[in-house]
Design a protein around this ligand. Structure first.
Ligand SMILES: [Zn+2]
Ligand SMILES: [Zn+2]
Ligand SMILES: [Zn+2]
Length: 284
């Protein structure tokens, strides 16, 4: 499986959209991997994790052909992760013009969007009905924690996140039959029901991407920092969900975490974690 991080920041980005704190000033001065756009990731060339406000820019910057995406997994409806208005641009006239598309063309490749019922309900119903479902080839599927489903070549298991309870936020286990990814954004220390499910089903993850919004600062209970990541690493290892070569990666950062990429890498390394950056690729 190939994973590419397209964006690695929390809601306001790094530098923050309206911020001149020391981290944001340092980021502007240093550039490179220190710059972080809003969180999104690509699996192979056909599965996207989240569809936030920087999706268009990610497609341009990293040459992602969004017409190839068949599966979009939405973690939750916070605006840094889900801006469904952009999906309407798959409608004929805005997107995918091959000259012979019409509303009855069943051959047109549909984009399948998976999200929790509460995240789906958060966007106005009239928006889905009028702007997407009747015009653009986008199919929405509501999914629930601990109910696996298949999408294309992938077996996907949503797990309950410890984040934004009103949205029924989800984290995802994604397997292509050869390797398995755990994409855990946004979440605090996993809730008991998720740990119980993992202990009972024992998936073994080859790559684990953990919310590290707080880096070396505080982050509340609905996100994590590096200390909480280390706790999760210990817990997941203890129940057999990792192996010796599992890659542990911190991702989804806020400038409130008080570190740039450059100054956080050695801190994360002490705990056995690599640090994501926009454009980082992994194959496992
Ligand atoms: Zn977020
Ligand atoms: Zn800042
Ligand atoms: Zn969130």
């Amino acid at each position: 499986m190939k994973l590419k991080y397209l964006g690695t920041a929390a809601a306001e980005g790094i530098p923050g959209i309206f911020c001149n704190c020391p981290v944001c000033k340092q980021t502007r001065a240093l550039g490179g991997k220190n710059y972080r756009s809003r969180a999104q990731a690509l699996i192979n060339d056909d599965l996207l994790l989240d569809f936030g406000p920087d999706s268009y820019w990610h497609a341009c910057r990293f040459d992602v052909d969004l017409t190839k995406i068949r599966t979009l997994l939405v973690t939750h409806a916070h605006e840094d992760h889900y801006t469904p208005a952009e999906l309407a641009y798959r409608e004929n006239g805005f997107g995918y013009l091959n000259g012979d598309f019409n509303d009855d063309d069943s051959d047109y490749p549909h984009l399948n969007v998976y999200l929790s019922g509460n995240s789906f309900a958060y966007a106005p119903v009239h928006f889905y009905e009028t702007q997407i479902q009747k015009k653009a080839p986008v199919d929405f599927h509501t999914v629930a924690a601990f109910v696996p489903f298949t999408a294309g070549q992938y077996t996907i298991t949503p797990l309950a996140a410890n984040h934004a309870p009103g949205f029924e936020a989800l984290i995802y286990s994604i397997s292509d039959g050869k390797s398995t990814l755990l994409y855990a954004h946004d979440t605090g220390i996993f809730p008991a029901e998720t740990m119980d499910y993992l202990q009972a089903t024992r998936p073994v993850f080859d790559f684990i991407s953990l919310d590290c919004t707080g880096m070396v600062g505080s982050c509340g209970s609905h996100h994590m920092n590096i200390r909480a990541n280390a706790v999760m690493k210990q817990k997941l290892t203890a129940i057999g969900c990792a192996h010796e070569k599992t890659v542990w990666c911190c991702n989804h950062f806020s400038h409130n975490g008080r570190r740039t990429y450059d100054t956080f890498v050695p801190v994360a390394a002490e705990h056995g974690f690599v640090v994501s950056y926009d454009g980082m690729e992994a194959e496992f």
